[in-house]
Design a protein around this ligand. Structure first.
Ligand code: FES
Length: 57
């Protein structure tokens, strides 16, 4: 499912990056994926996905 339409980034990509690089923050994620750099509508959902990943650590 696409989370960030502007950059064509899916929830799977976000989860993969979070797991592979042990990313726990939006700031850290954005150093790897350009999520939320345009309109910003995806920021909230991206944070929720990161929170879910943290719960599974
Ligand atoms: Fe992610 Fe627009 S939907 S920046």
């Amino acid at each position: 499912m696409y989370v960030c339409l502007c950059e064509a980034i899916t929830d799977k990509q976000i989860r993969n990056v979070a797991r592979k690089y042990h990313v726990t923050s939006l700031k850290g994620l954005r150093q790897i994926l350009p999520v939320g750099r345009e309109c910003g509508k995806c920021i909230r959902q991206t944070r929720e996905i990161l929170q879910e990943e943290l719960r599974h650590l």
